[in-house]
Design a protein around this ligand. Structure first.
Ligand code: A2P
Length: 335
């Protein structure tokens, strides 16, 4: 077991279009239940989330699809009981509706189910996980052990957005947004017209997928870009043959220059672009290290060098099976 973490770190935050303040670095939990807990130094998912809160993470990102909402809720409630934090409102908790609950009335139901699993009264942020809808009775497992095609549904995300507005109006979530949407799909929501605008688009983002055009679009629309897989998701999403972001020569040289870890350079790259970062880790020292990015700054020249590494390379897929033939699959568009 690694040394216990004690140093608490303060993280800069941004204000969303609806006034909600969110820290620029949060704790990602996707697939934490898949992680090999026999691996040296790996914490249990429960301990990893509690360790993150102890270190000073004040944003926890989960999803119905990750099948860990129960664990997240337990870790949050215990952190309050154990006085690691004093109250629920010190945390921003974000979860997401899965593709099997895209009908308007299903969104509210799915949100209530997530809250019941977490045993919490409200969410800070609720997102549509992906634009595509699947049949409501389709499986929702993190790793299906067969790769038969998923059955799709023709529910459009504009209907799902009405369900998201219901969630906000019912006081179940303070802020509502989307994830893995391209700019045209966001425009469709904005054109509905919508009662509540999306405040966030959470997408994969790192130097190999800079999302510069999507960022410019989102900035114009006052939508916060939030990055999942900021480290290139080496253990879970990256496929054999894909270049590993953490091994990149330019980024490693920069880490040496600043006397920081490669992960810290990657997180700093996002934070300086005002993009939120959601790194995941199951080891205490890395959980702490990934938050500790406040005491250095990349020069504009180095930031430009990192942005120039863009290869339009995506590590993250949806649902472990190929769904690129879904009519609403987002990544056929350039951005
Ligand atoms: P571990 O859990 O052993 O720390 P992403 O957030 O892009 O999805 O990447 C998560 C992956 O990156 C996890 O496999 C995690 O492994 C690894 N990781 C997290 N923090 C660091 C770090 N500071 N240095 C190297 N690898 C890291």
């Amino acid at each position: 077991m690694e040394t216990p973490v004690v140093e608490v770190v303060d993280v800069p935050s941004v204000t969303l279009s609806d006034g909600l303040q969110v820290p620029l670095v949060g704790f990602g939990t996707s697939r934490v239940l898949d992680v090999d807990q026999n691996k040296q130094n790996h914490l249990s998912p429960y301990e990893a989330i509690k360790t993150a809160i102890k270190c000073g993470y004040r944003f926890i990102d989960t999803a119905a699809y990750y099948l860990n909402e129960q664990v997240v809720g337990q870790a949050v409630r215990d952190s309050i009981k154990e006085n690691i934090i004093q109250s629920r409102d010190q945390l921003i908790i974000c979860t997401k509706v899965w593709c099997t609950s895209h009908k308007r009335e299903s969104v509210l139901k799915a949100c209530r189910e997530s809250l019941a699993k977490m045993q919490l009264d409200y969410l800070d942020i609720y997102l549509i996980h992906w634009p595509m809808a699947y049949a409501e009775d389709e499986r929702m497992t993190s790793r299906p052990n067969d790769d038969s095609p998923l059955r799709y549904s023709d529910t459009h995300f504009t209907e799902t957005w009405r369900g998201m507005e219901d969630v906000k109006d019912a006081g179940l979530a303070k802020s509502i947004g989307v994830s893995n949407f391209n700019h045209k799909q966001i425009n469709e929501i904005l054109a509905m017209p919508c009662k509540h605008r999306p405040t966030i688009n959470q997408v994969e983002c790192h130097p190999y997928l800079s999302q510069a055009k999507l960022q410019a679009f989102c900035q114009k629309e006052n939508i916060y870009l939030h990055a999942h897989c900021p480290l290139g998701s080496p253990a879970s999403c990256a496929r054999p043959g894909q270049p590993k972001l953490l091994d990149d020569l330019v980024i490693n040289q920069m880490a040496q220059k600043y006397q920081k870890s490669v992960a810290q350079i990657l997180i700093r790259y996002l934070v300086q672009r005002k993009i939120g970062a959601l790194p995941k880790s199951m080891t205490a020292l890395r959980i702490q290290q990934n938050l500790n990015i406040g005491n250095f700054e990349l020069t504009q020249e180095d930031l430009a060098k990192l942005i120039a590494l863009d290869k339009n390379l995506r590590y993250c897929r949806n649902a472990d099976v190929d769904v690129s033939d879904h009519p609403l699959f987002p990544f056929h568009e350039e951005y």
